[in-house]
Design a protein around this ligand. Structure first.
Ligand SMILES: CC(C)(COP(=O)(O)OP(=O)(O)OC[C@H]1O[C@@H](n2cnc3c(N)ncnc32)[C@H](O)[C@@H]1OP(=O)(O)O)[C@@H](O)C(=O)NCCC(=O)NCCS
Length: 240
């Protein structure tokens, strides 16, 4: 791990620049600070995700809804504290965005399938199977010739702050943080159309796209029916 990077605060500098996007989207985000989430931030981050992620993320919010259990929240806390590479966006002392990140190894694909088997015919089990299938197809580890990557597991922006490119800012900062921690690749599975747009604008490689309408269970039924415009799970990656 490179100590040159400030692990408490990624960027103390106020963003005074204009973020130019691939699609010519040009947004001024002058007052956002990006910080690494610390253990004493966990309560507010979990509350934020309860309000701004689970009820709106396409896979979590489509029927049957994924309402996070106490165990899910404890796992999120462990992940934030143990790996120390999750970040949050603050504006005037208000939490406006969160990215939960963790390392991911080649063995993760087998782990998705094992978890899917353990969870059986539940929402969690189906999501794990989808992640196993999409990550197998994306073939990240062979494609980039690496054994470990930084994985952006969950991105969330406050409902009243969307469309300001805050997710793009956070993802870009996570790339910098990942690089400073000697990761060579950042990857993300986008269940949301808007999230995929963020990755497209950052110029990330799209490695796989699985249409929900074609992803069937053992009875031939479509497993996930999120509302439009969310039509596919897309895996993106970027060499750092
Ligand atoms: C996905 C998400 C993180 C994007 O964050 P963001 O900071 O708003 O991203 P951007 O500002 O770059 O906006 C991305 C695109 O989504 C659009 N958008 C974002 N939220 C929107 C909303 N609620 N309604 C309509 N459009 C929305 C923006 O206009 C933009 O479209 P464009 O590229 O055509 O201009 C955010 O929408 C979110 O938290 N969603 C709920 C949780 C979720 O789905 N997480 C991702 C799971 S993979």
């Amino acid at each position: 791990m490179n100590n040159n990077y400030d692990h408490r605060l990624i960027n103390l500098l106020v963003y005074a620049m204009t973020i130019e996007s691939k699609s010519n989207k040009s947004i001024n985000v002058p007052t956002i600070q990006i910080e690494i989430i610390k253990s004493n931030d966990c309560d507010k981050v979990i509350t934020f995700l309860r309000e701004n992620f689970f009820p709106q993320a396409p896979l979590a919010s489509c029927e049957p809804k994924w309402i996070p259990s106490a165990e899910d929240e404890a796992d999120l806390r462990k992940c934030i504290i143990h790996y120390g590479c999750s970040i949050m966006a603050m504006e005037n002392d208000e939490l406006v965005g969160v990215c939960i990140a963790l390392p991911k190894k080649r063995s993760s694909i087998d782990e998705y399938y094992k978890e899917a088997e353990k969870a059986g015919k539940t929402k969690h089990g189906y999501i794990m199977k989808l992640l196993g299938d999409t990550n197998s197809k994306a073939d990240i580890f062979n494609r980039y010739g690496v054994e470990e990557i930084l994985y952006l597991f969950l991105a969330s922006v406050a409902a009243n702050q969307r469309g300001r490119n805050i997710a793009g800012l956070m993802t870009r900062e996570l790339m910098r943080l990942g690089k400073s921690m000697n990761y060579e690749v950042l990857s993300m599975d986008c269940s949301s159309y808007y999230c995929a747009q963020v990755c497209e604008r950052l110029g990330m490689d799209c490695l796989n796209s699985t249409l929900y309408a074609e992803y069937l269970d053992e009875m031939g039924e479509v497993m996930f029916k999120p509302k439009p415009p969310h039509v596919a799970m897309k895996t993106y990656a970027q060499r750092l």
